[in-house]
Design a binder for this molecule. Structure first.
Ligand code: VAH
Length: 319
């Protein structure tokens, strides 16, 4: 990766990935794009930024050519809960945007990354220690687009030789940019509410285990995979990766180690609970570890300590 075009840069992953790539590659070698240009946003003001609707293939192609990039990282998509509320839009954007991005990568011989998700698994996927290669019959529109996306990216690799790579992200927790409409967002909201109100009303049911990862580990994983020796990759789209698996009671207890006064109640959202119930409890990341050295640094308590410290700083600055 020397010069990268990134879509969906104002999202939870994009905003942090762009900051890291600008550090690694230099500001002039990262073209951040998104469908809007919010004045004052650090991703917009901190380097090269272009407005791009990923449904406009010509515009994406023009940007890739005029900036002479060698890599395309495609992040623009609807997350699980939003896509479930607007399934037709979920299919159109997640698949239409992906096809456009893959075509731009093919026509310009670009290295390519797009994330899949544990949402690519369904109710009859083995729930514990979920294998890299297993049944994928998701029952959400988000999951359907993720499985179709994985297959399409592998097709572009085998049929056209496009160097496509991807990971199945677990729930991602971060303090810089709020997630937009995911099922695992409770694990982000809880930290904000712990600081603001010392209590949280959880929309996911007690005992619902899901795979999770702190954002620094997610960003490291993208950079590591994209810099991995292609000869060592047996899999490509997409690698299981996870740093931890926990259920709401465990993250509550982790927060109470730092804030003993913190309390939590439940008000389950049936839609997001239904999505969570269809996903694995804990996936197996062995292939990512063996093929490109995936090695997350944060466990639940380390993430909690860092999240609470950084969020306190962030929220104090807004008072
Ligand atoms: C979502 N945060 O909840 C995303 C992610 C595994 C969860 O795909 O939709």
């Amino acid at each position: 990766m020397k010069k990268v075009l990134v879509t969906g840069c104002l999202g939870q992953i994009g905003s942090e990935l762009v900051a890291r790539l600008r550090e690694d590659l230099g500001i002039e070698n990262v073209i951040a794009t998104d469908i809007r240009r919010p004045e004052g946003d650090p991703t917009v003001e901190g380097g090269m930024f272009e407005v791009l609707d990923v449904m406009d293939r010509e515009a994406m192609n023009h940007l890739a050519q005029s900036y002479e990039v060698d890599t395309l990282i495609h992040l623009a998509a609807l997350l699980s809960a939003v896509a479930e509320a607007k399934p037709q839009m979920g299919w159109e954007l997640n698949m239409g945007g992906l096809v456009n991005a893959l075509e731009v990568a093919r026509e310009n011989n670009l290295k390519f990354f797009t994330p899949s998700s544990i949402g690519a698994f369904g109710p009859n996927t083995p729930k514990d220690n979920t294998p890299q290669d297993t049944i994928q019959r998701p029952t959400t529109m988000y999951g359907v687009t993720k499985v179709a996306g994985e297959l399409l990216c592998d097709y572009y690799y085998t049929k056209f030789g496009v160097d496509t790579r991807g990971v199945r992200f677990p729930g991602l927790i971060s303090y810089k940019t709020l997630p937009g409409g995911g099922t695992t967002d409770y694990a982000v909201d809880i930290y904000y509410e712990a600081i603001k109100n010392k209590t949280y009303e959880c929309f996911i049911k007690e005992g619902t285990a899901m795979d999770m990862m702190y954002m620094p580990d997610a960003i490291d994983a993208i950079v590591q995979l994209m810099n991995a020796d292609p000869e060592k990759l047996i899999h490509r789209n997409a690698f299981n990766i996870s740093a931890m698996s926990f259920e709401p009671e465990e993250i509550k207890k982790s927060i109470q180690k730092v804030m003993p006064e913190f309390t939590m109640s439940y008000n389950v959202d049936p839609v997001r609970q239904g999505i969570a119930d269809s996903w694995p409890n804990a996936i197996d990341s062995t292939c990512a570890k063996e093929e490109w050295g995936f090695a997350p640094k944060y466990d639940l308590d380390a993430m909690t300590r860092d999240m609470l410290a950084k969020l306190t700083e962030k929220l104090m600055a807004t008072i």
